[in-house]
Write a protein that binds this ligand. Structure first.
Ligand code: PLP
Length: 304
C-alpha cells in the first residue's frame, strides 16, 4: 500500500461560478501529513529503501520535512530534519511528532541545508523538497486518480514553489494522454520565481522571498519545471498575499478545510474561474494543502 491516500475529487458548489462551468477540487489537503508532498516523497522514500537507504535526511521546515518524517515513521526508517532558527515552533513540533530528529541550525535555510547535506553518508537518502524525478513520478498519481474518475479537465490550476508539483502534474497529464491540457501555474508576489523566469526567458534567482506563502518560497525553480513551461501549455498567474489569505478563509467557510496561503494562491484563481479561467469549462484545482498556518494566523494576516 502506498504511503499516500487516494483523495476526494468533487465539484465545488461554491466555485462553479457561471452556467456550465465546473471547478473540480482534488483534495490533497486530506493527506495525513497535510499536503500533496507525501505522494512524491512517499514514492521516493520507498524507492530509496529498496536501494538500501537506512536513514532519510531533509532540510525542510515545511510540508516536505513533515512528509519525510511521516514517510520515515511509516517505513520504520530514522529521519533527521535540519531546520534554521527561523522555523516556527509549530513546524518543529509537527516534525518531532512523527518521531523525526529535529536539528536547529543557522539563521537561514542555506545554512541548515548545508549542514544537512554535509551529514549525508552512503547509507542515507537526501530528500529534496521539489527537485527529484522520483518525486514527480509520485506526484503524478494524483492525475491518474482524476483520469480513473473519468473527469477530463480543460485546465489544471496549481501552485508553484520550486516546481515539483508542476513537474508531477505535467507528467501525470502526459502519461494519461492529456498532453493538450494546459496548466495554470499560480504564485504570490514576492515568491514569483517561476513567473519571472518565464518573463525573462531564462531561469532567474530571486534575491529573497517577501511573501507570507513560505511554501512557495523557492528562490529558483527546478530546471525541469522551466523546461516543461516550453514543452507543455503552461500559463503563469501571480496573485497577492491578501488574495491568497482571503481565499483560504473563504475556503474554510465553503469546504470546512484549512490550507496555507501557498494553496490559497491557487484557490484565489479558482474562485475567480468565471474571470481569468472563463475559456475553460472544466477546471481542476489542486488543493495542495499545507499545515504550517493555523486559522488564528490566517485571521491575523487578514487583519481581523
Ligand atoms: C511544497 C508546496 C507547494 C509548492 O510545491 P513545489 O513542488 O515546491 O512547487 C505548494 N503548496 C504547498 C502547501 C506545499 O507544501
Amino acid at each position: 500500500m502506498p504511503l499516500h491516500l487516494q483523495t476526494p475529487l468533487f465539484e465545488s458548489g461554491a466555485m462553479s461560478a457561471r452556467d456550465g462551468q465546473s471547478v473540480w477540487l482534488k483534495m490533497e489537503a486530506m493527506q495525513p501529513p497535510g499536503s500533496f508532498k507525501i505522494r512524491g516523497i512517499g514514492f521516493a522514500c520507498e524507492e530509496y529503501v529498496r536501494r538500501g537507504a537506512t536513514r532519510f535526511i531533509s532540510s525542510s521546515g515545511g510540508n516536505a520535512g513533515i512528509a519525510a518524517a511521516y514517510a520515515g515513521r511509516r517505513l520504520g526508517v530514522p529521519v533527521v530534519v535540519v531546520v534554521p532558527e527561523t522555523t516556527t515552533e509549530r513546524a518543529r513540533e509537527l516534525i518531532a511528532r512523527e518521531n523525526a530528529q529535529v536539528i536547529v541550525h543557522g539563521a537561514s535555510f542555506q545554512e541548515a541545508n548545508a549542514l544537512a547535506q554535509s551529514m549525508v553518508t552512503g547509507a542515507d537518502a537526501f530528500i529534496h523538497p521539489f527537485d527529484d524525478p522520483l518525486l514527480w513520478q509520485g506526484h503524478a498519481s494524483m492525475i491518474d486518480e482524476v483520469a480513473a474518475a473519468g473527469v477530463k479537465p480543460d485546465a489544471v490550476v496549481l501552485s508553484v514553489g520550486g516546481g515539483g508539483l508542476l513537474c508531477g502534474v505535467v507528467e501525470g497529464l502526459r502519461r494519461n494522454g492529456w498532453n493538450d491540457v494546459p496548466v495554470v501555474a499560480v504564485e504570490t508576489v514576492g515568491a514569483d520565481s517561476f513567473a519571472q523566469s518565464i518573463a525573462a526567458g531564462e531561469r532567474i534567482e530571486l534575491p529573497g522571498i517577501s511573501s507570507i506563502a513560505t511554501s512557495l518560497g523557492a528562490r529558483k525553480v527546478a530546471e525541469q519545471a522551466f523546461a516543461y513551461a516550453r514543452e507543455h501549455p503552461v500559463r503563469s498567474i501571480v496573485v497577492s498575499d491578501a488574495d491568497a489569505v482571503r481565499a483560504c478563509l473563504r475556503f474554510i467557510d465553503d469546504h470546512r478545510v484549512v490550507v496555507e496561503p501557498a494553496c490559497g494562491a491557487s484557490l484565489a484563481v479558482a474562485y475567480d474561474a468565471a474571470g481569468s479561467l472563463a475559456q475553460y469549462k472544466n477546471v481542476l484545482a489542486i488543493v495542495c494543502g499545507g499545515v504550517t498556518a493555523t486559522v488564528g494566523q490566517l485571521q491575523k494576516w487578514a487583519g481581523n
